[in-house]
Design a protein around this ligand. Sequence first.
Ligand SMILES: [Zn+2]
Length: 180
Amino acid sequence: MTVAYTIVTVLVAVAIYFGVRYFVRAGRKFGGSRVIVCPETGKQAMVEVDTRRAALTSLVGQTDIRLESCWRWPLREDCGQECLLQLDVAPEDCLVRSVLTKWYRGKKCAFCERSFEETDLIDHKPALFTPEGITVEWAEVPISAINEAMATYQPVCWNCHIAQTFYHEHPDLVVERPVM
Ligand SMILES: [Zn+2]
């Protein structure tokens, strides 16, 4: 009994040690104020990353980077937080995902007009419809072009992206049904 008790105590102590160490490290990595150039105003502003959210989400999977505060808030608290792209707290694709997730929310697919839900953004990455008439995946858009993409591209759901890609690659296999 005493042995089991000791083992449990040691395990709990180890778990607490690693838990605390993990959050201290995450705090060092994501925490602190950073100066960015607000894409909306073109002026510098001071922002802070939501450390707790970043640490917790990175524990269970994809790190979700969001701002905790910004000089311009609460006046413009509903901004798209595009300035996240300027931070170096996480890999580029992670920052792009964090920014685009906010952008897709509340929008509808340019083809089927279905609204995007939170889960769609994780399992089936939505795509973008370019002014040139093709659909592209996030990964194909460089981080420097994301702001322009959000201004000029339209959101497309995963299913429509696959259908469009197939249509473009095999136009001979797609039979257009005549309109009755
Ligand atoms: Zn669609």
